[in-house]
Write a protein of this length. Structure first.
Length: 255
């Protein structure tokens, strides 16, 4: 469970904060088959029932393989309360500033390179009293930790289990304090719509991220191709919009 130490949204204004979000790729075929092989059905099912449901389970795993623990991370987006954003990645887009944008891009050759660059950045830029803000952090933070473990790397200090950094999930703030419905999950698009925040040109959905990664790596696609640029922009917009929602929900903006 993501650590939530604050008693009410208003107390979060006492902390400096950064916003974090990741986008993932499809898992490898080996990882997908390994996950499918683990399927056993319910303990009280007959063999024919298990077999009948096995293919449905396999189709679901293949469709949503980007959610598996073993699925690679394609991009890591981060921004501060002033709206300065950086996206780390290993896609076909060069480091630097994206044209017509203040967005900074840090490119690596591999997922491991990206993780090392993000760790160096985090350990020098994220203080121990900085709150980590995100949307559904119960996905992003464990995925990041596992990625470092997969590559035999030490994670950034703020990701360690005993970190003093507070984790604040905007989705949980919204469902607990700002909705009369019993919502276990709500999407960022719905939250920003309810808060009156403009979507700022978002042109894709998070579930499309693996497709954009794959399309950008197809042989006919050049470096700095639009598929990967669009994904990087999407990741940046996610952290910027999440931070804006956080500031509204914690009373740090408005008259």
């Amino acid at each position: 469970m993501v650590k939530q130490d604050f008693k009410s949204p208003a107390t979060a204004e006492l902390l400096p904060a950064i916003c974090l979000d990741i986008e993932t790729c499809h898992a490898s075929l080996e990882a997908i088959e390994a996950e499918i092989a683990l399927y056993k059905g319910q303990s009280n099912w007959k063999a024919e029932t298990i077999e009948a449901n096995k293919e449905k389970h396999a189709d679901k795993v293949r469709e949503k393989s980007a959610l598996l623990d073993s699925a690679p991370i394609a991009t890591i987006g981060i921004c501060d309360q002033d709206g300065d954003a950086v996206v780390f990645h290993w896609l076909r887009v060069d480091s630097g500033k994206l044209e017509n944008s203040v967005l900074s891009i840090k490119a690596g050759e591999t997922e491991r390179d990206m993780l090392l660059a993000f760790r160096d950045f985090s350990n020098t830029s994220i203080d121990r009293d900085t709150a980590i803000v995100g949307f559904n952090l119960g996905f992003d933070l464990p995925k990041l930790r596992l990625a470092y473990v997969r590559h035999g790397l030490k994670p950034p200090e703020f990701l360690l289990p005993n970190t003093p950094n507070q984790s604040i999930d905007v989705m949980r703030i919204f469902t607990r304090y700002y909705s009369t419905k019993d919502l276990p999950f709500v999407g960022l698009d719905e939250v920003i719509k309810r808060l009156g925040i403009a979507p700022e040109g978002k042109q894709m959905e998070g579930k499309e991220a693996p497709v954009y990664v794959a399309k950008g790596f197809e042989g006919s696609e050049p470096d700095n191709n639009q598929w990967h640029k669009d994904l990087i922009i999407y990741n940046a917009l996610d952290v910027l919009l999440t931070m804006r929602a956080f500031l509204i929900l914690t009373g740090q903006t408005g008259d």
